[in-house]
Design a protein. Sequence first.
Length: 263
Amino acid sequence: MSAIHIGVGGWDYDPWRETFYPPGLPKKKQLEHVGRHLTATEINATYYKLQKPELFAGWAQMVPDGFRFAIKASRFCTNRRNLGDAGEAIGKFCAQGFTELGDKLGPLLWQLAPTKKFDPAEISAFLMLLPTSRDGIGLRHALEVRHESFACREFVAIARAAGVAIVFADHETYPEIADITADFVYARLQRTVAEVDTGYSDKALDRWAEVARGWAAGESPAGLDYISKAKAPATPREVFAFVISGAKERNPAAAMAMIERLR
């Protein structure tokens, strides 16, 4: 079984000062606290603007070995009329210095707009632009699609040929595509509710922990929505699962509850 990394989105969210962070914790200590209780996080700041190499290096020093940072790609790469024209923007994004994270660098998350429809030529061209390495460090890519037109076999085949993971989304309206298309799995669990202290019910958390174990063991877990009849090879895979959106104030508790179950 491969490693399973469980986390949330970012670490600077004021309501977490009431539900996750200890009273009086300085903001500069928030990431350290995340590193003690979770095993991954998405860096969202990179979606809005480029960051400095020394900032990434500092973040890497604040968390323990085994922790992983997923990097959310710039909106200037993904929010455009033709994704095939994103080469220059992708180059700038990948040159900002996130390789300073070293072995704590997780996948790069490329999130498409909910209005972006599937166009096989456009998606193929875009995936060809994604670099496989930077500064001697291998890069892994996950593509989050949010329009129902992507729920088709052709898209799964294109992603699988490129070795790019299709983000699995537990969401009320975004398509659920469970097909495994890379040597890792990237999941975003987006249906936490405020009425439950842990965001998800015990039953749901048990289920997601079971699914994560299956992914890590190389399985295609039953009960999920698959598009293609061609299953991925049964080989262990690293898993990245993030509790995102929903009742955001509950997301750290949900992530910690999953980590406890996986122990």
